[in-house]
Design a protein around this ligand. Structure first.
Ligand code: PMM
Length: 278
C-alpha cells in the first residue's frame, strides 16, 4: 500500500527549509489547503523550528502561530501538531489536531489523556546541540530499541494510535541517516507503523552533489530529487508515512512506483514487490 503523505507546514520564521515563507497566518492556511489539494493525507503544523542550533520559542508565541492555522485547516484535512510542549499539544487538539508529532518522544501521556494519535521520534540530544558530535554503537539497533520501548509505554497508557520515526537528521551524521534508511525494514518489522522524514535535509545536499559531481552541496531548495527518491526508498522498505515539503511530486512518484491506495496499516510488501518496478 502507498504510505500516507504528511505535508509539512512550518509556521515559523526560522525553519531550515521553509522558514519565513508561511509565518503569516493567512499564507500558512492557504499553503496547508494547497498541500491537501496536492494529496497530503495529513498536514503537520509546527510553530517552533527544530533545525540544528535553533533557539526555543515561548509557549504564547508558539500557540499564536499554530492555533488559528489548525482551526482553519482541521475541517478540511487531518492535522498533526509538531510540538514538544504539552500545553501546545493540548491547545492544538482543542483546535482540531488529531495527531501529536513529538520530536522529543515524551508526550505520550498527553496523547493518552486527549485520546489522539502520537508520533514518537528519536533524537539524540536536543536541537541546539544535537549535531555537535552524534555517536552510536549500532545506530539502527539503538534507535529501534528506544522507539519500541516508547511505543510500548504509550500503548500501555492507552494511546489509540502510535507511530515511530527514526528522526533523520536529529543527532545523526550523514552515515547514521543512511544506515537508518537502509535498516528501515528492521524498524518496520517491529509491527509498529513507521513514519520517516528526509525531505530537503542536509545529508541529501551532500549526496546529490556527490552523485552529479557538483563542487558544493545542493542548496535546501535544490534537493527535490533526493527528497523524493528517499521517500520512495522509505516506502519500499515498508514505511507507512512520509513527511515531506514537496507533496505533489512525492504523491506523483509514489503513484508512479505502482502501489495502490493509501494506508496507515501494515504495508503489503508482496503487492509492492510485484508492482513497484513494472
Ligand atoms: N523533521 C523535522 C521536524 N519534525 N517530525 C518527524 N516526525 N520526523 C521528522 O523527521 C521531522 C519532524 C525537521 O524538518 P522541518 O524543519 O522541515 O520541519
Amino acid at each position: 500500500m502507498r504510505p500516507l503523505v504528511m505535508g509539512i507546514l512550518n509556521v515559523t520564521p526560522d525553519s531550515f527549509s521553509d522558514g519565513g515563507r508561511f509565518s503569516d497566518v493567512a499564507r500558512a492556511i492557504d499553503h496547508g489547503l494547497e498541500l491537501a489539494r496536492q494529496g497530503a493525507g495529513i498536514v503537520d503544523v509546527g510553530g517552533e523550528s527544530t533545525r540544528p542550533g535553533a533557539q526555543p520559542v515561548d509557549e504564547a508565541t508558539e500557540l499564536a502561530r499554530v492555533v488559528p492555522v489548525i482551526e482553519a485547516l482541521a475541517p478540511h484535512v487531518r492535522v498533526s501538531i509538531d510540538t514538544a510542549k504539552p500545553a501546545v499539544a493540548r491547545a492544538a487538539v482543542a483546535a482540531g489536531a488529531s495527531l501529536i508529532n513529538d520530536v522529543t518522544a515524551s508526550l505520550h501521556d498527553v496523547a493518552a489523556e486527549q485520546q489522539v494519535g502520537w508520533v514518537a521520534m528519536h533524537m539524540q540530544g536536543e536541537p541546539r546541540t544535537m549535531q555537535v558530535d552524534p555517536a552510536y554503537g549500532d545506530v539502527v539497533a539503538e534507535v529501534e530499541a528506544f522507539l519500541v520501548a516508547r511505543a510500548e509505554a504509550a500503548l500501555a497508557a492507552g494511546v489509540p494510535e502510535v507511530w515511530i520515526d527514526p528522526g533523520i537528521g536529529f543527532g545523526k551524521t550523514a552515515a547514521h541517516n543512511w544506515a537508518l534508511l537502509s535498516g528501515l525494514s528492521h524498524l518496520c518489522a517491529s509491527g509498529l507503523p513507521v513514519a520517516v522524514g528526509t525531505s530537503r535535509k542536509g545529508f541529501l545536499g551532500a549526496a546529490m552533489a556527490q552523485a552529479d559531481g557538483s563542487a558544493g552541496p545542493a542548496g535546501v531548495d535544490d534537493r527535490l530529487e533526493g527528497s523524493v527518491a528517499t521517500a520512495l526508498c522509505a516506502a519500499g522498505s515498508g514505511a507507512s508515512m512520509v513527511r515531506v515539503h514537496d507533496v505533489a511530486a512525492t504523491v506523483a512518484a509514489l503513484g508512479a512506483a505502482g502501489s495502490e491506495g493509501t494506508s496507515t496499516d501494515a504495508v503489503d510488501h508482496e503487492q509492492r514487490e510485484s508492482s513497484r518496478w513494472l
